[in-house]
Design a protein around this ligand. Structure first.
Ligand code: NAD
Ligand code: MG
Length: 386
């Protein structure tokens, strides 16, 4: 029996995680779970999974959630203190980090310091503070399992191999909904167009990140920290069918890939049950039924966010945290109709231009860089006309 805390249980990853938990009541038990704003769904989850602790991000939502859960034995908390209490709950062995954005940093760091293993969906933690997180993982001797499908694929393709024999990681990218849209038409695409991902069903922020290809930029950073491979050895291939989830090339010329029907339940289940495998209900793959698998290089002129991510990696230090913060603000503004699609990259670029990269020695310093990036990006957004 593995005891879990799920940070972000009402999100796309959180809901898929709970589906796996529900299918294996003799393997997994939810000790604590946390949510942002969706109280209706959260209350239903609390009733279905009977956690000991349930936490809402906003303190002012606590009374309403308590009312919605009256008659249920559960400790309901709020705010960052509550998120930390959930992440460090005594019986918890593994924390599923599935909060979106930089808001995941503090609870995930608290979990590591409390000696919990981590199933990591929240890529923003490694993007903004990769060196600090990897040091903490080593210092506290916890295990870090990737949930992101590309990183799970790399992890699976590395099983039984020495990392010093790796010559290249090849991360695959679907290319998102605008892969074949001419660049000059991108300025006019709507939120609805951008949320219409061809292969994956995900939360709103990551779906927009996929449309701009910032998601792949974040994943290059994530891979760099998770696997300790220098960025020059990490390639991105567009693979519109999303069947090969990523590959590892070795010194002898062999390439090992992981394939499957695109469904996040597979990488989530592997992180939860490693080294065992459990049935997930993911549709079996029939290669003969597919029209073909294709691969090509991404167009960095068209998908400017990918180029910006490489620039942030090169600048290093605080630049990825600032880039990530600016991206979160720009994506939010796009989703609210205040920014055009092509302006997302402009906001990020201008925020980065205004930033002088500096060393980050603690999570507190990362949060300061994050705050700086958000404030600056907000200012830049305000000065733009959609
Ligand atoms: P989502 O928006 O569907 O869910 C996010 C969860 O975090 C929700 O439970 C929400 O209530 C909670 N949350 C949001 N803001 C919060 C805050 N300020 N404080 C506390 N909780 C907050 O997102 P998602 O698609 O499930 O993605 C979660 C993370 O996993 C992201 O970092 C994303 O990049 C990563 N990821 C997602 C997928 C996917 O298929 N959805 C794939 C790979 C990686
Ligand atoms: Mg991914």
């Amino acid at each position: 029996m593995k005891h879990l805390t799920i940070l972000g249980s009402t999100g796309s990853i959180g809901v898929s995680t709970l589906e796996i938990v529900a299918a294996y009541p003799d393997r997994f038990r939810v000790v604590a779970m946390t949510a942002g704003r969706n109280l209706e769904l959260f209350a239903r989850q609390i009733k279905a999974f009977s956690p000991r602790i349930a936490v809402v991000a906003a303190q002012e939502d606590v009374p309403r959630l308590r009312e919605m859960c009256s008659g249920v034995t559960v400790e309901i908390l709020g705010g960052v203190e509550g998120l930390i209490a959930a992440a460090t709950a005594g019986e918890t062995e593994m924390v599923v980090a599935a909060i979106v954005g930089a808001a995941g940093l503090v609870p995930t760091a608290a979990a590591i310091r409390a000696g919990k293993d981590i199933a990591l969906a929240n890529k923003e933690t490694l993007v903004t503070a990769g060196h600090l997180f990897m040091n903490m993982v080593a210092e506290y001797g916890v295990k870090l399992y990737p949930v992101d499908s590309e990183h799970s694929a790399v992890f699976q393709s590395m099983e039984g191999h020495r990392s010093e024999d790796i010559t290249r990681l090849i991360l695959t990218a679907s290319g998102g909904p605008f892969l074949t849209t001419p660049t000059e038409q991108l300025a006019g695409v709507t939120v609805r167009d951008a949320l219409n991902h061809p292969n994956w069903s995900m939360g709103r922020k990551i779906t927009i990140d996929s449309a701009t290809m910032m998601n792949k930029g974040l994943e290059v950073l994530e891979a760099r920290w998770l696997f300790g491979v220098p960025v020059e050895k990490i390639d991105v291939n567009i693979h519109p069918q999303s069947i090969i989830h990523s590959m590892v090339e070795y010194v002898d010329g062999c390439v090992i890939a992981q394939l499957g029907t695109p469904d996040m339940k597979a990488p989530i289940a592997y992180a939860l049950s490693y080294p065992e495998r459990v049935a997930t209900g993911v549709k079996p793959l029939d290669l003969t039924a597919l029209p073909g698998l294709t691969f090509f290089r991404p167009d960095r002129e068209k998908f400017r966010c990918l180029g910006l991510a490489y620039r942030a990696i090169k600048d290093g230090e605080s630049m990825p945290a600032v880039m990530n913060a600016a991206n979160e603000i720009a994506v939010e503004a796009f989703l609210e109709g205040r920014l055009g699609f092509m302006q997302i990259a402009q906001v990020i670029e201008r925020t980065m231009d205004a930033h002088e990269a500096h060393n980050l020695k603690s999570i507190e310093e990362v949060l300061l860089a994050d705050r700086w990036g958000r404030d600056r990006a907000r200012e830049i957004c305000r000065g733009m006309v959609n």
